[in-house]
Design a protein around this ligand. Sequence first.
Ligand code: SAM
Length: 217
Amino acid sequence: MDPYETERDTMIRDQLERRGLENPRVLAAMRAVPRHLFVKSNLREHAYADRPLTIGFFQTISQPYVVALMCDLLELKETDNVLEIGTGSGYAAAVLSQLCERVTTVERIPELAEKARETLTQADCPNVTVHCGDGSLGFPQEAPFDAILVSAAAPSVPESYRQQLGIGGRIVIPAGQSRSAQSLYRVRKKSDTEFSTEDLGGVAFVPLIGEEGWRDV
Ligand code: SAM
């Protein structure tokens, strides 16, 4: 038996269901993924806490609720081809891997990409591929995508993501002109030239650094 099963059940009840998250597929995915494998060993006891945790390199593994909410907003189907930008620990990619057919995830920091690859193998996520590079440009080699989840905040929605999305596809992305506070947006592609955008409220993510993101300082 997994020693963290009870903590995971508590996380789902107190952090997700109590906040109104009802999507049974997303709740099952959050129950299935061993989040404790994706945090630093000295932080294991906090793995299921209601907050982000440091993963080194000034980056974080997102709060469980934020991962679940973004997955819910993407309206994923089992057959979907999904792109995630900002692999970090690999946790969100692991949750996505339970909800769709294929996940391509891109991380700009080589050490995090390598560690995430190892953890995703350990967590048995064979349908996830980790790439290292500037994810602000998307990943055209695997496009078109049914859904794109962006785990870092951009100044605006990168044009590359709009282009690499299939018709009917969804992007969930934190974006805004301030590096410290942004809104969460859901963008839907209605045709090659038509998109709808919903503003889902304020969030705070680390910056997306790259050609179509923020410049590194
Ligand atoms: N999804 C991650 C998880 O489950 O652990 C958390 C992501 S963390 C909040 C944001 C990540 O985005 C960081 O690891 C950061 O290095 C990465 N990042 C920032 N700019 C990027 C870019 N242009 N391309 C790829 N990754 C980027």
